[in-house]
Design a protein around this ligand. Structure first.
Ligand SMILES: Nc1ncnc2c1ncn2[C@@H]1O[C@H](COP(=O)(O)OP(=O)(O)O)[C@@H](O)[C@H]1O
Ligand SMILES: [Mg+2]
Length: 467
């Protein structure tokens, strides 16, 4: 069942219940208070009659003419009255009760003897219902008379019937009108949801450039649309990255293959000296090494992406690690006449994987040496700042232009300067470095100027003080 129908049904049911309860209460309270008002007025009239009898010293009333001259207003009021003797026979009654006899009921007589007042309802065929009050008049312990005052309930019944009619007619009308309103509102509220569904279908169909128009309101629907758009943004970015990555990877692997193919074909064109074949094979071996490295690094990164690379969580003393790495880098530097200097070491312990951290620092030092000019120096420093271990690697080589700095951590990205400077390199080293730093809840920052050199700083959280 559509949400719109369900919402409207729920709403309608709740509203109908409320209307029914409300109308019932309204009807009952109105009926009760109208009847109470009648009773009260009967009581007041009876009390007035008793008072005037008292004033006359309870003299027996002889006839109607006398009564009418005593109480001329009787002819006009909407009430009638009768006065009964203690035996229950009528002594006198007002002129407006002429149609038929209305004897005193047994119960009224009994109650009168016990000195109490009684209210009764009476109904004669083809007449509106009556309401009666019977009041005993007791003088010195003897029952003298019973005064009965009555009135027709006609107007009360009519009022109640009209009220019932109004309620019965207006209730369904109100229900229908507000159901229609509810249906309209639910439709309005749910329209953005339909729009989102349509857009989602288009996007699922492959069009990742689609976005939802976000309603201006910051309500649930607005938040949903925003979240949805964010999700598509991320999807689009990662799809673009995957496409880019695939094309970069193919390109990087294609270059060495082209070189190998060209050289091999050239060598095979005519018979050659053994020495020439050796040169070609050596060159090919170099390209194969390069491809092997690319494939190894790719494999590592893709396993890392899938969370398959295991990492230790052990305390690693950074100072000894850095000293060790420094020795290794010095050997690297010797080949290119570059001096690697250890400028500062602080004693710092981080939690993590020593092998991976070693790889991270060696990658940075490899870059620093590789992109330095012969005769240059590379500095390493380990310091502690704001509860973090900072390892910085500084060179005075080719540097990186400001606009390229955000991209050097992307897979396969190499600056044009770097490509011109050396063929050695895959563009994957810094991606691996960034990944390792992240696994240690740290990060890497770059400061660099073209032609002047670069500083890569690795920030790592210190191990919690061991007790
Ligand atoms: N110390 C450095 N000096 C200048 N450029 C650097 C330095 N380190 C990294 N880069 C730039 O960042 C790019 C990516 O580095 P990396 O991922 O290690 O790839 P690779 O070392 O294989 O070129 C390099 O190609 C280079 O353009
Ligand atoms: Mg590198």
């Amino acid at each position: 069942m559509p949400l719109r129908v369900r919402l409207t049904l729920w709403y309608g049911t709740a509203l109908a219940l409320i209307l029914i309860i409300f109308s019932t209460i309204l009807y009952v309270i109105t009926a009760r208070s109208l009847r109470d008002a009648v009773d009260q007025s009967l009581e007041e009239t009876a009390a007035a009659a008793v008072r005037s009898l008292e004033e006359r010293g309870f003299l027996p009333l002889i006839d109607e003419t006398e009564l009418m001259s005593q109480f001329p207003e009787l002819a006009r009021i909407d009430k009638f009255f009768q006065i009964f003797s203690p035996s229950g026979t009528i002594t006198i009654r007002s002129p407006n009760v002429k149609q038929h006899e209305m004897p005193l009921s047994r119960q009224a007589l009994e109650v009168a003897y016990s000195g109490r007042t009684l209210f009764e309802s009476a109904k004669y065929p083809k007449e509106p219902p009556l309401r009666l009050i019977s009041v005993p008049i007791i003088y010195r312990g003897n029952l003298l008379y019973i005064i009965q005052v009555g009135t027709s309930m006609d107007s009360v019944e009519q009022t109640l019937n009209r009220l019932l009619l109004v309620l019965l007619v207006s209730m369904p009308v109100a229900l229908v009108v507000s159901l229609a309103g509810g249906w309209f509102m639910a439709g309005r509220a749910l329209r953005p949801v339909d729009a989102i569904t349509l857009a989602a279908q288009r996007i699922a169909g492959g069009d990742l450039t689609q976005r939802l128009t976000v309603p201006a309101s910051a309500d649930e629907i607005g938040r949903l649309a925003n979240t949805f758009n964010d999700m598509i943004d991320r999807l689009e970015t990662s799809f673009r990255q995957i496409r880019q990555f695939t094309s970069d990877a193919s390109h990087e692997l294609r270059t060495p293959l082209t070189v190998m193919k060209g050289e091999s074909e050239l060598a095979l064109r005519r018979p050659r000296e053994t020495e020439d074949y050796k040169v070609v094979l050596e060159s090919n071996l170099e390209e194969i090494d390069r491809m092997t490295r690319i494939v190894d690094e790719l494999l590592f990164l893709s396993r890392a992406d899938m969370g398959e690379v295991k990492m230790e969580h052990l305390p690693v003393p950074l100072d000894t690690l850095i000293e060790d790495v420094h020795r290794q880098a010095s050997l690297l530097g010797q080949e290119r006449d570059i001096q690697v200097m250890l400028r500062a070491t602080a004693s710092a312990v981080v939690v993590g994987d020593e092998l991976r951290l070693r790889e991270l620092f060696l990658n940075l030092l490899d870059n620093a040496v590789k992109y330095s000019r012969p005769g240059g120096t590379v500095d390493i420093a380990l310091t502690i700042e704001q509860g973090e271990a900072r390892v910085s690697v500084t060179d005075h080589g080719i540097g990186i232009a400001q606009e390229n700095q955000p991209r050097i951590f992307n897979r396969f990205y190499r600056t044009d300067d770097a490509r011109a400077h050396t063929k050695k390199g895959t563009g994957l080293g810094l991606s691996i470095c960034a990944w390792i730093a992240e696994l240690h809840r740290g990060h890497i920052e770059v400061q660099s100027k073209v032609g002047e050199g670069s500083t890569f700083t690795v920030m790592l959280p210190l191990a919690p003080a061991s007790t």
